[in-house]
Design a protein around this ligand. Structure first.
Ligand SMILES: Nc1ncnc2c1ncn2[C@@H]1O[C@H](COP(=O)(O)OP(=O)(O)OP(=O)(O)O)[C@@H](O)[C@H]1O
Ligand SMILES: [Mg+2]
Length: 298
């Protein structure tokens, strides 16, 4: 399911520009939306989910037009949404909660609904704890209940807002794998501020900062753009200074190796390194107003 966003802006009351002239084409499979706090990720996802109206611009989900009442109700039918702050009923168990959401979504036939709920509990690995109250669930288990409720209507477009925040590394990997599986047969839009989530799951991504897209493309293109900007500088201890950002330090006996992103070509002993996706992100955040990133977003 192809999503096309054209010149979309959102101004909140008080004049806050949460999104500014966003253009984005999201093909099938997993698509990553990366950006720091306050970048506008949730705003964009809420507009896609039809919960929030944009100030201007257009939105197409498949052939459904997000600017018309009819289009929006059609979009709701093909869409699953896991909000950043999904409220749950702490005294319901997982099965009761999903059954209840199913009723709210208009799944009127009890048998069909309960069969779907069981299928989903199995899919997200919660079958054995289906009768436990949600208030006894860990953060990771709650996220899995969240993804299950988003999948009740077997959506062709799945939107998940920061689903891995607060999960431990093992849970995060498990959750990412689940999303990758889901992305095999539908469009999955994943927002995160964790670079690693995107690196492991998405081929295509967009990076949002202060309401503007500062990069869109695939990971290989992003890495290519950052080549020549990542360096190792080894010193006997003193922190190197220059037009760059230190991203990590490695203690090696009597010396320290600094990994830096920026302009370090002239620096004594600087050795070029292959960029990781995290280096790319740091570089883009540094250089967002440069000519290059302006060229990239065309
Ligand atoms: N209801 C609102 N009223 C006014 N301003 C808002 C509202 N919701 C969000 N904003 C502002 O819009 C901007 C974008 O917020 P948004 O929640 O979309 O960012 P985000 O990328 O999802 O951030 P986070 O990573 O913290 O979830 C921020 O400056 C935020 O303060
Ligand atoms: Mg958010």
């Amino acid at each position: 399911m192809h999503v096309v966003i054209d010149d979309l802006s959102k101004v909140y009351r008080g004049g806050i520009y949460a999104l500014q002239n966003v253009n984005l084409s999201i093909p099938g499979g997993m698509f990553g939306l990366l950006g720091p706090n306050g970048a506008g990720k949730t705003t964009l996802m809420r507009i896609l989910a039809g919960i929030l109206r944009p100030t201007s611009g257009t939105l197409l989900v498949g052939e459904h037009d997000g600017n018309t009442e009819k289009g929006r109700s059609e979009i709701k039918r093909v869409l699953g949404y896991l909000p950043q702050d999904l409220g749950m009923y702490p005294d319901l168990n997982a099965r009761e909660f999903l059954d209840y959401i199913g009723i709210l979504k208009g799944m009127d036939r009890r048998k069909v609904r309960q069969q779907r709920v069981d299928e989903l509990l199995e899919m997200v690995g919660l079958r054995n704890v289906a009768r436990r109250k949600l208030k006894t669930f860990s953060g990771g288990m709650k996220r899995r209940v969240g993804i299950a409720q988003a999948l009740l209507n077997d959506p062709r477009l799945l939107i998940v807002d920061e689903p891995t925040a607060g999960l431990d590394p093992e849970e995060r990997i498990r959750f990412r794998n689940l999303l990758s599986e889901l992305g095999g047969e539908r469009t999955v839009l994943l927002s995160t501020h964790i670079v690693e989530d995107i690196a492991q799951t998405c081929r295509n991504l967009a990076i949002l900062k202060s309401g503007q897209i500062i990069f869109k493309g695939n990971i290989a293109e992003l890495v290519q753009e950052t080549r020549g900007k990542v360096w190792a500088i080894t010193t006997s201890g003193e922190k190197p200074e220059g037009n760059f950002t230190v991203v990590s330090t490695l203690h090696m006996g009597t010396s320290i190796q600094y990994r830096v992103v920026g302009e370090a070509a002239g620096q004594a002993g600087a050795i070029p390194l292959d960029p990781s996706l995290e280096d790319c992100y740091v570089w883009l955040m540094r250089e967002q107003h440069s000519v290059l990133s302006t060229a990239l977003i065309r």
